[in-house]
Write a new protein. Structure first.
Lengths: 211, 211
DNA sequence: CTAATATTTTTCCAAATGGTCAAAAATTAT
DNA sequence: ATAATTTTTGACCATTTGGAAAAATATTAG
């Protein structure tokens, strides 16, 4: 079994080990940020030795880089799915639903992203200025069109998108605070159901036209 | 000039130096989180030597602790001001305005708080479960009352508060992303004005009763 | 001015950290 | 089984880090 220099793993075992390491790295990075995380923590979390980690990833940076890259695809997908030809209210509701599901099912990825942005987005600033901006420009145009057609109440499409990002990701990034404030077990258990209902109402009632 | 052991500075000079250090610490902590920040960075930022910092603050922890403590007072104030006897829509609008102003004027504090929460709120979990929860419970009751009286459209008051937190703090915590997406200088310059307008519309239209 | 006190800096240290290397262990190929 | 190859680890290293100690400097009181 040769190992072709770097990158792309060949054997199934290599693929698996890399995944185990990435999983551990995600756990640690999402909690402590890049600088605040140590290889020892990641090794402990992965259940293997530190040099073994460096056998699969050349450096701490490289692990982080791969995590961020994998994240970004998943992160942009929900907005990409928003369809100009669909019903405006239904499309926006569906977008909110998708984003909220991501906050529920991938909270660590959300926090990893949050951490990256807090630090000034050093690794993804180009992507934000490029791919992300292009995508948002496109969808903002779609939304603006819906508004022009009188199918949505007029508001700033960019800031509307920001509001959706903010409200949905909040349930991943500020989970500790949310659970602390809700206090009671029942409310905590239902927090995502309640959130969905509330966000639908918030956005739909404010965007619905006429009455 | 005696220095009474620890804590509370006596002379004006001590008070000033402590402030300079705190200011530098805020700058660094808010960007890198607690673990990701170093005393050297803070010293550099403050323009004094590392041991001199430790002359005024016994440890890195202590600096962070004081920052967090000072932050929390400021952080709770806007919600405390919400007045049960005022007009519901006006009160909520004013709350949004205050929170948005904090995001604009104190973005580093917002990020410091964000960082703390991301890491699981190790230093303020008691405060979240105590003081914060009590305050939110009280204000949620006020909002629920307004809704019961038919002065606001019914929705979950806790999640309504979460939405306000999320949307306003987003403008501090995700500023890099927002500026990247907005791209154009004019839109960036007006982002807080636009945000205010948009958030008023979002929340007011969705909470206004009747039509 | 002089002594006492407060402040600052230079020097240093032990622990933690990212990473290397060679040897050991496990796996695979023949 | 044996040789070749891959995987894993223990020992090590240079740098960074939080912090201590003490000497040097500045400030204040008398």
């Amino acid at each position: 079994m040769k190992k072709t220099d770097n990158k792309t793993p060949i054997t199934r075992i290599q693929k698996q080990k890399r995944l185990v390491i990435l999983e551990a790295a995600l756990e640690v990075f999402s909690k402590n940020g890049f600088r605040g995380s140590t290889l020892d923590q990641i090794a402990l979390q992965a259940g293997i030795s530190k040099p073994n980690i460096l056998y699969y990833y050349a450096s701490k940076q490289e692990m982080h880089k791969e995590l961020i890259e994998r994240l970004m695809d998943k992160w942009l997908a929900p907005l990409e799915e928003m369809n100009a030809k669909g019903d405006p209210i239904a499309e926006i509701s569906a977008y909110i639903k998708r984003k909220l599901e991501m906050a529920r099912d991938y909270p660590r990825q959300s926090r990893l992203f949050n951490n990256e942005i807090l630090q000034g987005a050093p690794h993804i600033i180009d992507l934000l200025n490029g791919e992300l901006k292009v995508l948002v420009d496109e969808k903002a145009k779609v939304i603006a069109n819906w508004m022009k057609q009188g199918r949505l109440t007029k508001t700033d499409p960019y800031h509307l998108i920001f509001s959706i990002w903010a409200t949905t990701q909040h349930y991943a990034d500020f989970d500790v605070q949310i659970c602390a404030v809700l206090g009671n077990d029942e409310a905590i258990k239902n927090r995502f159901r309640k959130a969905e209902k509330h966000l639908y109402q918030l956005f739909v009632r404010s965007l619905e036209v006429g009455q």
